[in-house]
Design a protein around this ligand. Structure first.
Ligand code: SF4
Length: 71
């Protein structure tokens, strides 16, 4: 009697993009990268300064990309 070979299951491919990164945080209509602490930015309208996390698009990526944790 012939036996079937077990079907090899390929793991789902993870797309390397900000939206799949553990540091990606969608917040209030914008996407923040929380890889590093916030940095100072100049508000050119009033000349003041603010601190903020870098804003990223969901399809971007960088060399610090890391898969999301399972927690
Ligand atoms: S891929 Fe890079 S820029 Fe994008 S969320 Fe992750 S750490 Fe930030």
């Amino acid at each position: 009697m012939a036996t079937r070979k077990p079907k090899k299951i390929e793991p789902a491919e993870t797309l390397v993009a900000c939206e799949n990164c553990r540091y990606f945080v969608p917040k209030e209509g914008r996407n923040e990268c929380r890889r590093n602490p916030p940095t100072m930015a100049v508000d050119f309208q009033d000349g003041g300064t603010i601190s903020m996390f870098p804003l990223v698009d969901s399809g971007e990526w960088c060399g610090a990309w890391a898969a999301k944790l399972n927690s």
